[in-house]
Design a protein around this ligand. Structure first.
Ligand code: SDX
Length: 427
């Protein structure tokens, strides 16, 4: 039975329909509000605004639930691979054996980069941040691969071409930043093993593919693959709503992810931990800085717009730290600090009252360090993982008959009418 709400504005009663999701979430459909009343809603940061209907990812922030196409993240992390999860997000169902094999063949076929793209890297400033390089390179794909752009039956190839090449581009950025020769993808290696090999082969000695590391990288990217309407996904949808090509929309998502409040938090967490480790700050000082309303410092890796309890991904990431550090027989001094920070914050009334818990970024840096990934590549690792989610969300947006070009309104608080004053009369 359709539900409605009533709104009384300036004595006039307005009936607005209620939309209900498959998990019982309810939304007031305000699409007729301005036309009927002249009023708009006001919601900076969209904390209370639904921008679309979506069938891709379900999150329950109060219960700490995360599911991709209905499948719980815990089961995917336990039993799936990143390529299979990418297929699930984009196609909407788990692949058959035949679909999985065909996907892997395409990912291998598409993994080399256009030789002329290497010139970009050579001419970038040597200390350029790899996220800036990645955003530019993905945008450049529009120019290098125009042929498979908007032809529907080839769009799956375009998606796989993006997923395959983002991995090669990222490893290439790292190798060139070291002045090391570029390692090309190997057809005999799976997606994650190929990435690790392209990153580390021959930097000192031939890279030995380690199954536990490959498994850990699959899980890391599964945990990052999608997260409904987060900042970078919203950027992809907003940019895509103007009907620009997919590469430019994804490039906008990479740029949005870079910020320390979003995907850049994983790098900010390790910078924060290293500051504490170098005695630049104690755990106690770090916590009080984070609580100080006059200090812009945040406890990076803590808090979330949706999760008001533990981020289910952080729990899995935390377990991975212990497994990988035991495996590599490494003692990461930052692990002791991050655990002390978590324990102190979780027992602090400020964090408890504001429902601030560790998010996906809190432990991910420790996991990446155990894999040998350098800090400035952390957010690139997040971007590679999130790409299937961005593609799935872009695909859903462009196909959604309800969607229009994104064009929010505003409440104007500037000058009222002012006559123009010629410069000589301005005093
Ligand atoms: C990701 O959206 C997603 O799904 C994102 C993501 C994904 O997978 O795509 O999950 C990935 O981006 C995770 C978040 C990574 N960012 C960080 O770890 C940066 C630190 N966290 C905060 O900046 C903050 O918690 C955000 C950005 C994550 C959420 O910001 P909100 O929802 O706008 O919350 P807010 O800033 O309004 O905070 C509410 C209150 C404020 O205090 P009051 O003004 O009410 O007094 O909580 C405080 C904030 O000051 N607060 C923090 C804090 N996070 C919130 N205080 C100290 N340290 C923090 N980390």
């Amino acid at each position: 039975m359709k539900e409605f709400v009533k709104l009384v504005i300036d004595g006039k009663e307005l009936t607005l329909p209620v939309i209900e999701g498959s998990e019982g979430e309810k939304a007031i459909d305000i699409r007729s509000l301005r036309q009927e009343t002249g009023y708009i809603t006001f919601d900076p940061g969209f904390g209370n605004s639904g921008t679309c209907r979506s069938t891709i990812t379900y999150m329950d922030g109060e219960k700490g639930i995360l599911r991709y196409r209905g499948v719980p993240i815990e089961q995917l992390a336990e039993q799936s691979t990143f390529v299979e999860t990418a297929f699930l997000l984009i196609a909407g169902h788990l692949p058959s054996r035949e679909e999985l094999t065909r996907t892997s063949v395409y990912l291998n076929d598409f993994s080399p980069l256009h030789e002329n793209m290497k010139a970009f890297y050579q001419n970038y400033p040597p200390k350029a941040h790899p996220m800036g390089i990645l955003s530019a390179m993905v945008n450049a794909m529009r120019s290098f691969y125009p042929e498979l752009l908007d032809i529907e039956e080839d769009m799956n190839k375009t998606y796989l071409r993006l997923i395959s090449k983002i991995r090669t581009m990222s490893a290439m950025a790292y190798r060139i930043s070291l002045g090391e020769k570029v390692v090309y993808p190997r057809p005999d290696l799976c997606y994650c093993a190929n990435f690790l090999n392209m990153m580390f082969d021959g930097v000192v000695v031939p890279y030995r593919i380690d199954d536990d590391m490959v498994r850990a990288l699959n899980v890391f990217w599964i945990l990052h693959a999608d997260h409904e309407q987060n900042c970078s996904t919203t950027a992809v949808r907003v940019v895509g709503s103007g009907k620009v090509n997919i590469y430019s929309a994804i490039s906008a998502g990479i740029s949005a992810l870079w910020g320390p409040l979003h995907g850049g938090a994983n790098q900010a967490v390790v910078n924060m931990l290293e500051e504490i480790h170098k005695d630049g700050m104690t755990v106690k000082e770090c916590i009080s800085k984070a609580k100080d309303p006059n200090d812009p410092f945040r406890l990076y890796g803590f808090g979330h717009r949706v999760y008001k309890t533990h981020d289910p991904r952080a729990k899995i990431m935390k377990k991975m730290c212990d497994i990988l550090l035991a495996k590599t027989k490494r003692k990461d001094p930052l692990l002791d600090i991050v655990q002390k920070l978590e324990e102190t914050a979780l027992n602090d009334s400020y964090f408890k009252e504001k429902n601030l818990y560790p998010n996906v970024d809190f432990y991910s840096g420790i996991v990446l360090r155990a894999m040998g990934i350098p800090t400035n590549m952390f957010t690139v690792m997040f971007a590679i993982g999130r790409l299937p989610g961005w593609i799935a969300q872009w695909k859903e947006d462009v196909a959604d008959p309800e969607m229009r070009i994104s064009r929010p309104r505003q409440v104007y608080t500037g000058n009222q009418l002012q006559e123009y004053i010629p410069v000589d009369d301005r005093g």
